[in-house]
Ligand binder design. Structure first.
Ligand SMILES: [Zn+2]
Length: 308
C-alpha cells in the first residue's frame, strides 16, 4: 500500500526488554542515553517488525514534527498485528492522561541492555510490562510539560479540548480548563491558580548562561498592564537531565526568531505584596514544568481555534 504510513506510539527496545513511548525515547535521546539511530520492534501481537523513531534528533516540536515510531514497510508487520492492521478495541486514548509532577528516581537510565553484555543487571532492570504484546487501553504518563503541550495542540486540532482530560496535581481537569492564555486576565484574581499559563514572549540569553523570558501580552492589574517574567538560571539548567534539549530549543529560537516565542508554564502567577511598583513573575522550580515553542505554533493555534 504505497503512501500508507502508520504512526506508532509505543515500541519495544530492540532486544524486547522494555516498552517505551516515543516521547520517552525522545527524552532518553536528549539525555544522551539513546542514539539517534536506535532500533525498536513493534508491540503488536505476534509481530516483530523493526521500527525506527522519527524526529528523535529534532529539537523543535509542533503538529507536524513530533517523535513517533514507524516501520520501514507496512509488510514488515505480522498479519496478526493490530498496531498496523486496524484497532478492533476501544481507542486507548479515551483515558485521562497523567502528568506526574516529579519523575521516578530511576527515570533517566539507558534502556535495558541485552543479557549477553550485562548478565548481572539485565534481569533486575526488566520492567513488569516486558513481553506484554498488543494494544491495551492504558493511561499515558507524562513528566515534561512539552508532552502535554503537544497533546493540547492535538486536542485543539481535533476539537475535543473540553472533553479530553488530564490528571495533574491531584485533580482531573479538561485540557480546556488547564490551559489559560494570560492575555488581559486580572492578575490579582489568579494568584492561587496553578494552571498552564501561556502567551507570546521574548526570550534572551543572560550573561550568566541562563535565559530570561518576558511575556509580550499582559495580565491586567487595576488600570495597568503587567507583563510577567521568568528567569531560568544556568545552575538550574545544568542540573536538569534534558538540558541539552532545552538549550538547543532556546538557542534555536534566539538564532532563528530573534527570541520571539510562545511560552507555556505550569505555575501560579506571583506578585509581591504591597510593592510600590507591582510586577508578576512565574517561578519555575522544575524545568520539566516549562515549554518554549516557536512562533509557528501560533498559526496552528489560530487555525485550530474553536472560537474564531
Ligand atoms: Zn506490528
Amino acid at each position: 500500500m504505497p503512501g500508507q504510513r502508520v504512526s506508532i506510539e509505543e515500541a519495544f527496545t530492540a532486544h524486547h526488554d522494555e516498552r517505551l513511548t516515543a516521547e520517552r525515547a525522545y527524552e532518553l535521546h536528549w539525555a544522551d542515553l539513546l542514539p539517534a539511530d536506535a532500533r525498536f520492534t513493534c508491540v503488536g501481537t505476534g509481530c516483530g517488525a523493526p521500527l525506527i523513531c522519527a524526529c528523535l534528533d529534532k529539537p523543535e516540536q509542533n503538529l507536524r514534527i513530533r517523535p513517533y515510531f514507524r516501520s520501514y514497510r507496512l509488510e514488515d508487520h505480522a498479519a496478526s498485528c493490530e498496531v498496523a492492521h486496524g484497532r478492533g478495541e476501544s481507542k486507548p486514548d479515551k483515558r485521562a492522561d497523567v502528568f506526574e509532577a516529579e519523575r521516578p528516581a530511576d527515570h533517566f537510565r539507558a534502556p535495558s541492555t541485552p543479557a549477553t553484555t550485562d548478565p548481572a543487571a539485565a534481569p533486575a532492570r526488566r520492567v513488569a510490562s516486558a513481553g506484554t504484546s498488543g494494544l491495551k487501553p492504558r493511561a499515558s504518563h507524562y513528566y515534561r510539560l512539552s508532552s502535554l503541550v503537544q497533546k493540547f495542540l492535538e486536542h485543539r486540532r481535533d476539537k475535543d479540548l473540553d472533553t479530553a482530560t488530564v490528571e495533574i496535581g491531584g485533580e482531573t481537569v479538561t485540557y480546556d480548563a488547564l490551559f489559560r492564555n494570560i492575555f488581559r486576565q486580572k492578575a490579582a484574581d489568579h494568584l492561587g491558580t496553578r494552571a498552564v499559563w501561556w502567551g507570546t514572549a521574548s526570550l534572551r540569553a543572560t550573561k550568566e548562561g541562563g535565559y530570561y523570558l518576558r511575556f509580550s501580552r499582559p495580565f491586567r492589574h487595576d488600570d495597568i498592564e503587567l507583563r510577567p517574567t521568568i528567569t531560568l538560571t544556568a545552575k538550574d539548567i545544568d542540573a536538569y537531565p534534558v538540558r541539552r534539549l532545552l538549550r538547543a530549543r532556546l538557542d534555536k529560537l534566539i538564532a532563528e526568531a530573534d527570541g520571539y516565542c510562545v511560552v507555556f508554564v505550569w505555575a501560579k502567577p506571583w506578585m509581591p505584596k504591597d510593592a510600590e511598583k507591582p510586577f508578576v513573575r512565574f517561578y519555575v522550580n522544575n524545568l520539566d514544568h516549562i515549554d518554549v515553542r516557536g512562533p509557528e505554533i501560533l498559526e496552528e493555534l489560530k487555525n485550530t481555534s474553536r472560537r474564531a
